[in-house]
Ligand binder design. Structure first.
Ligand code: 13P
Ligand code: SF4
Length: 351
């Protein structure tokens, strides 16, 4: 049971008249959600989140909107307001099948762009336009054209963590859930694979196809060290699960390396007593409620871009219908071909 403190009139968080106000009846209305979030959210925060969750749910119904949230979103968003949750492949699949006219994408900009490309007649909003990604900003469309000149005839597979312009220059997209299968589907001896060099190395270990890699990396996963991984194993007797965006020496320590969705599938299959998820911090929060019997050791690196999305800016996004994500048609048409090639292959995580 979470016991919210009744906010005081002098509370700066509640002094803003545009903020939805806490009301005692909200506690009963969201009792089931509160019970689910109790292990994930400090109890003092619950009374601050509840009015926003209620206001967002109301606006969402009025607008006929669907909220999609990536697995790295904070629990109050992931569990509190999202209709569809998952990894970047799941969100792309959901966008391409979406009936709602309005999609609010709680994730980073490339995810919202992918949604818009796959659902061109829908309005796609992102609560903060500055929610970027170090991988997406590591490569441009001109870089790809130059790579093609240096490696004539080699097809280009780009990770979805790229801009629409880069996707438009690519033969196919992939996520960490299907990268090996997409590379092999190119039917070539040599493939240009970008921009994540660590994911590239992980893929290269599983295929005979020669990969030309780019020097991009994720600023969040890059910070994990092999020493941290060993500490988690030795001090806590934990199993280690790492995202393929982690450096090679961290992946080499792990019991399992896979996409965010594959991590959940691995936990389901393996049922470890204790696990360290070597990935963005919220992933463990969001899986903890699904696996109450597993103890999560949390090596905690937050993605500053994912964390730009908050309940107040989701509310403002629905209220003011901002910020719309658009992609010029000529770019969208070419990028869609690359994304659809990936969707046709689907999910092939090996667990
Ligand atoms: P997934 O493809 O596993 O969702 O990962 C996306 C991402 O941004 C990881 O940092
Ligand atoms: Fe990009 Fe890394 Fe953040 Fe994922 S965790 S969105 S790859 S910066």
């Amino acid at each position: 049971m979470i016991h919210p403190l009744e906010p005081q009139p002098s509370d700066p968080c509640h002094g803003d008249t545009s903020s939805p106000q806490w009301r005692p009846e909200l506690e009963a209305k969201y009792a089931a959600l509160g019970a689910r979030l109790e292990p994930l959210i400090p109890c003092l925060e619950w009374s601050l989140y509840l009015p926003w969750i209620d206001a967002i749910q109301t606006l969402k119904r009025e607008r006929g909107a669907v909220i999609m949230a990536h697995s790295y979103q904070s629990p109050e968003i992931f569990h509190g307001v999202a209709d569809i949750t998952g990894d970047s492949l799941a969100l792309a699949q959901a966008a391409s099948a979406c009936d709602a006219q309005l999609i609010v994408l709680c994730g980073v900009h490339f995810m919202a762009e992918s949604a818009k490309i796959l659902a061109p007649d829908r309005t796609v909003l992102i609560p903060d336009l500055e929610a970027g990604c170090s991988l997406a900003s590591s490569i441009t469309a001109a870089d790809i054209r130059e790579l093609r000149q240096r490696h004539p005839g080699a097809p280009v597979v780009s990770y979805v963590n790229t801009s629409a312009e880069v996707k438009a220059e690519s033969d196919a997209c992939c996520t960490s859930a299907n990268a090996v299968q997409v590379v092999e589907a190119m039917g070539a001896d040599k493939v240009i694979f970008l921009p994540d060099r660590y994911l590239g190395r992980h893929v290269a270990q599983q295929t005979g196809v020669e990969l030309v890699l780019w020097n991009g990396c994720c600023e969040v996963h890059e910070q994990f060290t092999a020493q941290q991984a060993r500490d988690a194993r030795e001090r806590f007797d934990a199993k280690l699960v790492a995202h393929p965006e982690c450096p090679p020496e961290v992946q080499d320590e792990a019991d399992f390396v896979g996409s965010t969705t594959a991590m959940g599938a691995w936990l389901e299959k393996t049922q470890p007593q204790r696990v360290a998820l070597i990935t963005e911090c919220s992933m463990a929060d969001n899986l903890r409620s699904r696996f109450p019997e597993v103890e999560f050791i949390q090596p905690c690196n937050l993605c500053p871009h994912m964390k730009r999305i908050t309940l107040p800016n989701i509310h403002a996004c629905l209220r003011d219908l901002r910020h719309e994500v658009t992609v010029p048609e000529a770019i969208a048409d070419r990028a869609r071909a690359a994304l659809e090639r990936m969707l046709a292959i689907g999910r092939r995580d090996r667990v």
